[in-house]
Design a protein around this ligand. Structure first.
Ligand code: HEM
Length: 293
């Protein structure tokens, strides 16, 4: 079972993310078919990579034999004076490439192809900031699994599928009022070179401390493909996190919100989640069944 290759195609600088809703009365299978044709052999021509995903219930209805029974749609997460909103939609696609015009043309084509059965719910243009930094100015992805390990972390071996957590996080101007030192205490790493702060000074509410979670002696791992979005006045992080199962993603969000222990991730005081959705990212093989010869 081959996972969608776009999950792992690093190095692209231009990104377009679109969430879709099924039109009333339209068949979910037609939406899957419209997007399935994008993935698979020969569809990454022109240096483009494409990843498509579906709301867990919709995928389960259309492909019961390939269904993941243990993935739920996003629900509001309530924490310490803080909430993460749920904005679940029916389908999601991500087109990445080296040129904005090519990514644009491709996204428009996909949108038009899906138009008879689905409407666009959200769209986001992502871009790469200073090679590997997010718009906080910190290197993002340091603790990502290596390319050798990424597939093990992101893909369920039995069926080649992944769970995606997709969130739009807006950065607040107050972030820029902090000194570099105070920003480092919020993230838990140094700003120039992403070295983790020593345990004796690492604040328990720092982003790193909140997201290092051990269960049964093993650290939970996810694979992040975040990029920046936006303009000088309105910008932030497109959080694109893949995992073989939903639990690590959900556990990290609960810790960030302080849902169980009241310790809210310090980063959430300077960034606001504006959306939240989970999608099943089926294998290429599972999608191939929906593509007409
Ligand atoms: C505004 C949104 C976010 C920003 C700007 C952000 C930024 C960062 C940065 C700069 C790091 C340190 C370097 C690294 O290891 O990548 C980091 C680490 C990490 N983040 Fe985030 N992040 C955001 C949201 C999230 C969310 C929503 C999750 C989980 C659902 C998450 C999970 C993690 C994990 C697992 C680590 C690695 C922790 C470690 O092992 O040291 N992040 N993030």
């Amino acid at each position: 079972m081959q996972p969608q290759p776009g999950i792992f195609s690093l190095g692209t600088t231009e990104h377009c993310f679109i969430e879709l809703d099924l039109r009333p009365g339209a068949a979910a299978a037609d939406l899957v078919a419209a997007l399935a044709a994008l993935v698979g052999p020969g569809t990454s021509a022109g240096g483009l990579s494409v990843v498509v995903g579906f709301e867990p219930g919709l995928w389960g209805e259309v492909a019961p034999e390939a269904a993941r029974t243990n993935v739920s749609p996003f629900e509001v997460i309530r924490g310490a004076d803080f909430e993460m909103p749920a904005t679940q939609h029916d389908a999601w696609f991500w087109i990445a490439g080296g040129r904005r015009d090519v990514v644009f043309d491709s996204a428009v084509r996909v949108m038009d192809r899906a138009a008879p059965v689905a409407t666009v719910a959200t769209e986001l243009i992502g871009w790469v900031y200073r090679h590997d930094r997010d718009l906080t100015g910190f290197i993002d992805g340091t603790e990502n699994p290596s390319m050798l390990e990424a597939e093990k972390v992101a893909v369920l071996p039995q069926d080649g599928s992944s769970v995606l957590l997709y969130q739009k996080w807006q950065h607040l101007p107050s972030w820029r009022d902090l000194s570099d030192h105070d920003q480092e205490l919020v993230i838990g790493r140094t700003k120039p070179d992403s070295v983790q702060l020593d345990d004796d000074i690492l604040p328990e509410a720092s982003h790193v401390a909140r997201n290092v979670i051990e269960e049964d002696g093993e650290e939970l791992a996810i694979y992040r493909r975040n990029v920046g979005y936006g303009s000088p006045t309105d910008h932030g992080t497109v959080f694109v996190g893949f995992c073989a199962t939903q639990h690590p993603l959900a556990a990290m969000l609960r810790r960030m919100a302080g849902a169980d222990d009241g310790i809210r991730d310090a980063l959430t005081r300077y960034t606001t989640p504006l959306s939240g959705a989970y999608y099943v990212i089926p294998s290429v093989d599972a999608l191939a069944r929906f593509v007409a010869d």
